[in-house]
Design a protein around this ligand. Sequence first.
Ligand code: SF4
Ligand code: ZN
Length: 304
Amino acid sequence: MIDLRRHNANFCSEHFTKFCRDQDSRTIEEFDMLSPGDRVLVAVSGGKDSLALWDLLIRLGYEADGLVIGLGIGEYSQSSTGYAQRFAEARGLNLEYVDMEQRYGFDIPTGARAAKRAPCSACGMSKRHVFDEVTMAGDYDVLVTGHNLDDEAAVLFGNVMHWQTEYLGRQWPVLEAGSGFPKKAKPLIRLGEREMAAYCIVSGIDYVVEECPMSKGNKHLGYKEVLNEMELRQPGAKADFYLGFLRRAASVWRAEAQTGRSELGRCASCGAPAGGEICAFCRLVERATGAEPVTLGPTRVRSS
Ligand code: SF4
Ligand code: ZN
């Protein structure tokens, strides 16, 4: 039995997987994320969310390839890439692979230190660049990511706490193609972290459980802890917070975010959208090129 307190319901395995599929297809339809016949690219990390998303989309009948990035974060990257590869092989799915070191000449630990950026900031920026590049080069109609309800509620919490209104405008779960960006969507926004872990278990999906050794200090982990505490006291609080924002408040800032996007120029080096002459990713590549490589210690196992 799978107990979902926020829905005040218990599910057997079969009805739970149907519940997840229904939540996913309802989200895709409501936000006009995908159309029948679209070529979809799934950003895959080897973790539960992205593999569950890929599985759900295939079961819903979409043509979906995967993309995994070799971030070069020690054993963690090798292990997580392995889970993605085994998932794809077992189901006969196409998985694109981009190795940061081979393609751009640096790995994430080295790039973050050379650019004096927080690891998750350098990593997030690199991933966004690679996702956009591969989606457009491969002529995919849309890139989907496995951000779930917990992720989006935590990002919203941080954006509201610091009143980052441009980011609030960009928190809509689908961004249309334009101004040099591919279409992007987050079909898992109605499903939480525990639900995705349960989906993987009942569907026989093996996923990486080790924690990224560079995640320490990531402020979203702190926001998640606060929201989990709230959820324990008030089941459904996270969904009310995030889905209520989409229904009642997001439109206030969406125009501001769209204007910012359309005002971007093009990077003189790679052609991607850029605020200055050279995009932030190409500046990172410049700084990281030739930098002394960083060696990481062993990975930890997630405690929650
Ligand atoms: Fe990258 Fe940070 Fe995620 Fe590690 S925790 S994979 S550094 S974004
Ligand atoms: Zn560039």
